[in-house]
Write a protein that binds this ligand. Structure first.
Ligand code: XIL
Length: 372
């Protein structure tokens, strides 16, 4: 009897050790060291150190960090001339302490923007001159503060529509297409050594690619620096097609810029409208759109894993063109996708689960580097 109990004990120990070791112990950032940076977004719980387990994962697995929210204009300059840098300071300090490639997100964007930005002292819409001056002072204050420390900025975010036309944002309505070169010029003046990027979602739609390539070429021909295009990768299991996505990578590289894979996560949940990531477009909760509240079925998990591996295989194939691959968060429980585009769902889009464990796909992503 004693023998049986002892045997059962050994068996239980072996099983539990195996579970603990389910991840090889290798890190993403070491495996990808000679390929490209592997980044993650950090939001306030990670920045303030109240989500210690996430911070441990970030230190172990990631070589780059980007501010998920705290550098957006509504937080940095909530009132004209009143700046709030506390959170951004902590974010930059974390990145520096851990020797990470720090990314600022974002300088000019139509969302998460304070209301005062387009309203003049007289209560009317601002003139061209006033808007230029406001863009300049916002960009100089933020980029200037972290000069030499933040290594790259998403200078303009989400300015082009899927059909290749310009988004009719206030920046566009008041300043026309010139608001983009102006933003890059102001950023360049504030920190001549920071890398400067144009960042957008659905940036594989052919007409959108064409306009972004045109913008890149226009800036370069005028001597205004642009170093990269950031392809937000808020994707699903079926869209986009990998060939279309690949064509965008090669087209951007051919225009003479690096490609950043930014804001990556793969949602296995149904989407009401494909892969648009315009943060204002939310729909109300609907139980039919929230099918996996108790965990992902094995077949969906396998499909999800294969999708990640397909993307990483593609990134490795084009490693000479890619500067960075950044995930939009660490663990599933803190992903914005639980509330976007449908509020209150249980999503599974990231590489680490709700118990802060690396999903099996992490080791598989690491293993891909052995042959490429
Ligand atoms: C999202 C954040 O993840 C959320 O926490 C916030 O509530 C809304 O914005 N495109 C972008 C990101 O460029 O800044 C957005 O981040 C997601 C879509």
């Amino acid at each position: 009897m004693k023998k049986i109990i002892a045997l059962a004990g050994i068996l239980a120990l072996t099983v539990s050790c195996k579970t603990a070791q389910s991840s090889s112990g290798n890190s993403l950032k070491d495996a990808y060291k000679n390929k490209f940076y592997i980044g993650t977004a950090m939001d306030l719980p990670q920045i303030h150190g109240t989500d210690v387990k996430s911070d441990d994962i970030i230190r172990k697995h990631f070589s780059s960090v980007v501010a998920e929210n705290c550098m957006k204009s509504m937080f940095i300059q909530p009132e004209e001339g009143k700046f709030f840098f506390d959170d951004a300071d902590k974010f930059v300090a974390f990145g520096e302490k851990n020797k990470m490639f720090i990314i600022g997100h974002t300088l000019v964007w139509h969302s998460q923007l304070p209301k005062w930005f387009f309203i003049g002292k007289d209560g009317k819409e601002v003139s061209e001159e006033v808007l230029k001056q406001r863009m300049k002072s916002h960009i100089s204050a933020l980029v200037g503060r972290y000069k030499g420390r933040v290594k790259g900025y998403d200078v303009v975010n989400e300015a082009i529509m899927e059909d290749g036309s310009y988004r009719k944002s206030k920046f566009y309505e008041i300043l026309g297409e010139e608001f983009i070169p102006l933003a890059f010029q102001f950023a360049q003046e504030a920190d001549p050594n920071a890398e400067l990027y144009y960042n957008d979602y659905n940036e594989w739609y052919p007409e959108k690619v064409k306009t972004v390539v045109k913008i890149v070429k226009n800036l370069k021909s005028r001597g205004i620096r642009i170093d990269g295009v950031g392809m937000q990768t808020h994707v699903g299991l079926d869209t986009p097609a990998l060939q279309e996505y690949e064509k965008a990578i090669t087209d951007y590289a051919a225009a003479g810029v690096k490609v950043n894979i930014t804001e990556m996560e793969i949602s296995p949940l149904p989407s009401p409208w494909g892969t648009s990531a315009n943060v204002a477009d939310k729909v109300a909760y609907d139980a039919k759109m929230n099918p996996y509240t108790k965990g992902l079925p094995q077949n969906v998990q396998t499909e999800w894993e294969n999708r990640y591996l397909d993307f990483f295989n593609l990134f490795l194939k084009h490693q000479d063109k890619i500067r960075r691959v950044t995930l939009w968060g660490v663990t599933d429980n803190q992903s914005w996708k639980n509330d976007f585009p449908v509020k209150g769902r249980t999503d599974y889009p990231l590489l680490f689960d709700r118990n802060y464990q690396a999903k099996p796909v992490v080791d598989k992503i690491i293993d891909l580097t052995k042959s490429k």
